[in-house]
Design a protein around this ligand. Structure first.
Ligand SMILES: [Zn+2]
Length: 287
């Protein structure tokens, strides 16, 4: 992860969010405008010579756009297969789970757009969930927290929809999806980097970070696995650096300045969402 980039990643089950570099560029090249403006100015002879180049550029743009959609789509298909076959979820639940991951990521993506932070296309990583990268950091810790909580808010809405369908139709599939979705979003609200909760915590109180780290170590001790170990190590280093104000992307002067009212608002949203998820989990029919 480069110092200027960040990622939002829901973790699948008790796994972790990925911390690798963001996938290829989100922005499509804007050179599509150049050929047409050039076309109006240049004489026909020169234009004829340029035609093959312009044609190639247009094709290249199509390839780039298709590449982005293709990588997201292909990684979704691979994830569905892995959850269906390797986890033994079955096809319907695997498709539903990947759809819930997608809804979570879209929450981040929409908020990134509204805060003016360019985002990468979502990339689905089997067992880990999905990641969406930021190209550059938000302007303030408040924007970062808003982007951070938008994923769990959207994801929880998706899980609650499954819970509603479970109550309407019963059966096995909807309660399972509701429970998986709720757990996924609750886990991501742990206040530790690089999970969503770690970003939200910056706009509430830095003392949430050590609490989150202790919680993550606790989860690891209860369910030791290599993915959790990785997140404990990477998240631990990042969380301690942020706590000490020495994490370069967020150590800018003024970045963490917030009014008390703004901190309280984010705290109400954050703890309210956790309470809502916990209540919904208690209300989900046993699978
Ligand atoms: Zn997320």
């Amino acid at each position: 992860m480069t110092p200027r980039s960040g990622q939002f990643a829901p973790a699948a089950s008790a796994a972790l969010s990925a911390t690798g570099d963001a996938p290829s560029a989100w922005r499509s090249p804007s050179d599509g405008d150049t050929p047409s403006s050039g076309q109006r100015r240049r004489p026909h002879g020169r234009l004829a010579m340029l035609a093959p180049v312009l044609y190639l550029l247009t094709k290249l743009k199509v390839v780039v756009v298709f590449g982005k959609v293709g990588v997201t789509g292909l990684s979704m298909l691979i994830s569905v297969w892995v959850y269906a076959a390797v986890w033994g979820l079955g096809w319907a639940a695997a498709v539903g789970f990947v759809a819930l991951l997608f809804v979570h990521e879209m929450g981040h993506w929409l908020m990134m757009r509204s805060k003016g932070v360019p985002a990468t296309a979502p990339l689905f990583i089997p067992f880990l969930g999905a990641v969406i990268g930021m190209r550059g950091m938000p302007n303030s810790v408040q924007d970062e927290a808003a982007i951070g909580i938008a994923g769990p808010l959207a994801g929880t809405a998706g899980a609650l929809l499954c819970l509603g369908l479970a109550r309407l139709y019963g059966g096995h599939l909807w309660p399972l999806l509701a429970m998986m979705g709720l757990f996924l979003n609750l886990f991501n609200l742990l206040p530790v980097s690089p999970l969503d909760g770690g970003r939200i915590a910056g706009a509430i109180s830095r003392w949430l970070w050590p609490v989150g780290l202790a919680g993550l170590v606790g989860v690891f001790l209860l369910h030791p696995n290599p993915f959790l170990l990785l997140i404990v190590l990477v998240g631990g280093v990042q969380t301690i650096a942020r706590f000490r104000g020495r994490y370069p992307p967020t150590a800018r002067p003024g970045y963490a300045d917030l009014r008390v009212r703004e901190r309280v608002t984010m705290a109400v949203l954050y703890f309210g969402l956790i309470a809502l998820i916990a209540a919904a989990m208690l209300g989900t029919p046993l699978v």
